[in-house]
Design a protein around this ligand. Structure first.
Ligand code: SF4
Ligand code: SF4
Length: 144
């Protein structure tokens, strides 16, 4: 029939015109993300034993762990860097950590203008953004 496609198209338009609007008011309102979304890493320096298991578990060599031996010949964390441009956000590092020192949450605002800025100094970052920080900052979008 002549114009059948046009009528179908109009039907779709009219249906959506009266349907409830789902526009998200980001960035004023953070979106409610599915529970399995993984994004920002957070390191707990007190819990980290500098074993390097997370770095070995990472398939893309994103993590660099630096350590030194203390007076008791025990490893002490001195640096922890993540080169996020290669990260798959698979979570293997988090799962493999024996002390639960590294966590991943849904704080997704990680955009950077340069590759250099995708490198995260987690050792320093841990002082200002330890695990649990995101939940305190923004209760709206984390418990989807
Ligand atoms: S999430 Fe996966 S790719 Fe990213 S640092 Fe962890 S193990 Fe590596
Ligand atoms: S974050 Fe966990 S797995 Fe990685 S070095 Fe620290 S204790 Fe070991």
């Amino acid at each position: 029939m002549f114009g059948e496609g046009l009528l179908k198209g109009l039907g779709v338009t009219i249906k959506h015109f009266f349907a409830p609007k789902i526009t998200e008011q980001y960035p004023e309102v953070k979106p409610k993300l599915p529970p399995l979304v993984k994004s920002r890493f957070r390191l707990n320096r007190e819990k980290c034993i500098a074993c390097g298991i997370c770095a070995n578990a990472c398939p893309n060599k994103v993590i660099t762990v630096n350590s030194e031996k203390d007076e008791n010949n025990k490893k002490r964390l001195t640096g922890y860097e993540m080169n996020l441009q290669y990260c798959l956000f698979c979570g293997l590092c988090v799962e493999s950590c024996p002390t639960k020192a590294i966590e991943i949450d849904q704080d997704f605002e990680l955009a950077a203008y340069t590759r250099e800025n995708t490198k995260m100094d987690m050792y320093k970052e841990a002082l200002t953004n330890p695990p649990g920080t995101a939940a305190k900052e923004d209760k709206g979008g984390k418990d989807a």
